[in-house]
Design a protein around this ligand. Structure first.
Ligand SMILES: NC(=O)OP(=O)(O)O
Length: 316
């Protein structure tokens, strides 16, 4: 077991799309290339790094292509679409990280691992699709697609309408031991992408894929707990979390105890579907780990935030 500290960084799928009008795979890859420098800063600062990533927009794009091509080719099941995003987004990060490490004369190996997440096939989430995926639509288009394709559509945090799919809670990570061993070899590991491919275990002990998308922040919290990570960081669009966001009395937050963060979350200080799930994911991890820290900050500030110089920290 390495004595280097372990940081888990969770990049959102939306963070790969800087501009809705420029969301091609190459545009997303260019965004990844801009961001990997901040992850390599952590490696240079002596951290072991496990990177997870979202896939909400990307899995929706794959399913949309599948819908459009349905008259010619068989549709893509959702669990396979999640696997596709782990490969494509994993490749973007793997190549860009390797290039940045080489530029800095570092020989850290980078590996992207197809990861399965164990869920309960009877999770009530399968009855109520709520995980937004794909691009944003106006309400009329969303409702028309609901009728035409049998989608469930939801309004997503005041940003527009999106297709929604079931999102069961993660219970375990099938490849956990492999992830741990890879980290111990000194590799920078990309795993748990898109929350992991949801699978359940049959009574015969076989794994079976399920058509759903797991929340990547919940999966990352589970990974952080299972691996006893020292830090769980969620990069986002702001350097720090604020209360009274966007109002004259807005106040940026530096350090919050678990109790303070839980109270502010309950008071509705953090946006549903945006800051609240991030805070809740960090809370679920920090609450049970005495010396662990949870951090929300901008990608540019990852290393500074881990050094304690910026970002919002949640501590026990
Ligand atoms: N799977 C998942 O939670 O992806 P996003 O973070 O991109 O929504």
């Amino acid at each position: 077991m390495s004595n280097q500290k372990l940081a888990i960084v969770a990049f959102g799928g939306n963070a790969l799309i800087e501009d809705d009008a420029r969301c091609s795979i190459l545009d997303q890859s260019a965004t990844v290339e801009k961001n990997v420098t901040y992850i390599v800063d952590l490696v240079e600062a002596g951290w072991r790094v496990l990177l997870t990533h979202g896939n909400g927009p990307q899995v929706g794009f794959i399913l949309r292509r599948s819908d459009l091509a349905a008259c010619e080719v068989a549709p893509v099941p959702v669990d396979y679409a999640v696997g596709d995003t782990q490969g494509a987004i994993g490749y973007m990060f793997q190549r860009a990280l390797t290039n940045e490490l080489r530029r800095r004369g570092l020989n850290t190996p980078v590996v992207a691992l197809v990861t399965q997440t164990l869920v309960d096939e009877n999770d009530p989430a399968f009855d109520t699709p709520c995980k937004p995926i794909g691009g944003f639509m106006d309400e009329a288009t969303a409702k028309a697609n609901e009728d035409k394709y049998g989608w469930t559509v939801v309004e997503d945090s005041g940003r527009g309408w999106r297709r929604a799919v079931p999102s069961p809670r993660p219970k375990d990570i099938v490849e956990l031991d492999v992830i741990e061993k890879l980290l111990d070899t000194g590799a920078l590991v990309i795993a748990g992408g898109g929350g992991g491919i949801p699978v359940c275990e049959t009574t015969e002990g076989q794994l079976q894929g399920l058509e759903a998308v797991v929340d990547k922040d919940l999966t990352t919290a589970l990974l952080a707990s299972k691996l006893n990570a020292d830090a769980f960081i969620i990069p986002t669009g702001v350097e720090k979390v604020a209360i009274n966001f966007g109002r004259p009395d807005q106040q940026w937050l530096d350090t919050l105890s678990v109790d303070e963060a839980a109270r502010l979350s309950e008071e509705g200080q953090f946006g549903e579907g945006s800051m609240k799930p991030k805070v809740e994911a960090l809370l679920s991890y920090v609450r049970n780990h005495d010396s662990a820290i949870g951090i929300i900050t901008s990608p540019q500030s990852l290393a500074k935030a881990l050094a304690g110089d910026t970002g919002t920290r949640i501590v026990k």
